[in-house]
Design a protein around this ligand. Structure first.
Ligand code: SAM
Length: 310
């Protein structure tokens, strides 16, 4: 069965017009489909959560390769088509109608996969790429608790790092190329952003493919990339206050032309005076005139350790 031809048949049969407000660009290139599925490395051992199955192009291949697939789709009309045309073909596939940002992914992993880590695969709707990735990383990596535990363990002279409540093993997604470039940048590169630090804190990112606009119907205005994020069981830096560390990172990049001193002391998310920030930067061995993009993840974690005691 050719998933792309089946998708074209459904487009004709149901006179589908892609809905811009849901970021619908249906994949129509078989080689790109293969690349995403290969990059995800799905096998019968895996439970896969697909975000935005659309007309089920990738869903069909996933259901053939994976042990079990759950797909979350926001568009009621597409859910109806999937329930009629695709769900009956597979006994390991379920569709949930809803917004992925409102799903409890941890509860899904518990219910469908006995709490074992799951794989996420998606051709993401581009209007909410960053919120989806951040939500998955923050809520599902399990690093917050493991970091706290590892810091506690250090305080009790134990080298054991307690891990892990990670519930996602990997995230393989199609995103805008510009966002992929930010995700794949090294901290300190010119195109790094707040998301670069989150990606590097929670995962190891890989580029699987670059994809031109003519591989979709309708064609998006931007180029795309497939990336795979392997979720880490241990973060590369330790912090006892992950929330503060990410507030500092967001402050540094929300006003990236400002010096770090001004960006952090002006941040509405942080209640810190200029002299407190200046003292902390000096204690961390950082020049107050430096810009956030020059800092490594470890610089931000050191700074958060110093500032949490202020
Ligand atoms: N997977 C299909 C493919 O590759 O052809 C469709 C990909 S299309 C880029 C994005 C899909 O995500 C659409 O089906 C859209 O309706 C769905 N979607 C948009 N926002 C969503 C949300 N918040 N939660 C779940 N699905 C969403």
């Amino acid at each position: 069965m050719d998933a792309i031809s089946e998708t074209y048949k459904l487009i004709d049969k149901y006179s589908i017009h892609a809905r811009k407000r849901f970021g619908q660009n249906f994949l129509t290139d078989p080689h790109v489909l293969d690349k995403i599925i290969d990059a995800a490395g799905v096998s019968k051992e895996d439970f896969v959560l697909e975000i935005g199955p659309g007309l089920g192009t990738m869903t069909r291949v996933l259901a053939e390769r994976a042990g079990r697939v759950l797909a979350v789709e926001i568009d009621y009309d597409l859910v109806d088509i999937l329930e009629r045309e695709i769900v009956p073909l597979y006994d390991n596939l379920e569709i949930i109608e809803g917004d992925i940002l409102k799903q409890d992914v941890r509860a899904i992993a518990d219910e469908y996969n006995n709490g074992r880590p799951i794989k996420v695969v998606a051709n993401l709707p581009y209007y909410i790429t960053t919120p989806i990735i951040m939500e998955l990383l923050e809520k599902c990596s399990g690093l917050s608790s493991s970091n706290c535990e590892s810091v506690k363990a250090e305080n009790t002279h134990s080298d054991d790092i307690v891990n892990s409540s990670r519930i996602i093993e990997s995230i393989t997604v199609m995103v805008q190329k510009e966002v992929a470039d930010r995700m794949l940048a090294a901290p300190g590169d010119k195109n790094c952003g707040a998301i670069t630090y989150a990606i590097n804190y929670y995962s190891k990112p890989y580029l699987a493919a670059n994809v031109p606009p003519n591989c979709f119907k309708p064609r998006p205005k931007v180029h795309s990339s497939v990336i795979r994020l392997d979720i880490l069981e241990e973060s590369p830096v330790k912090t006892s206050d992950e929330t503060l560390m990410f507030k500092l990172i967001r402050a540094a990049f929300s006003q990236r032309r400002k010096t770090l001193l001004n960006a952090i002391s002006n941040s509405a998310e942080l209640d810190l005076s200029k002299s407190e920030v200046s003292n902390a930067l000096t204690e961390a061995g950082l020049d107050p005139a430096v810009r956030g993009e020059k800092l490594t993840l470890s610089d931000f974690s050191n700074l958060s350790e110093i500032l949490r005691n202020f």
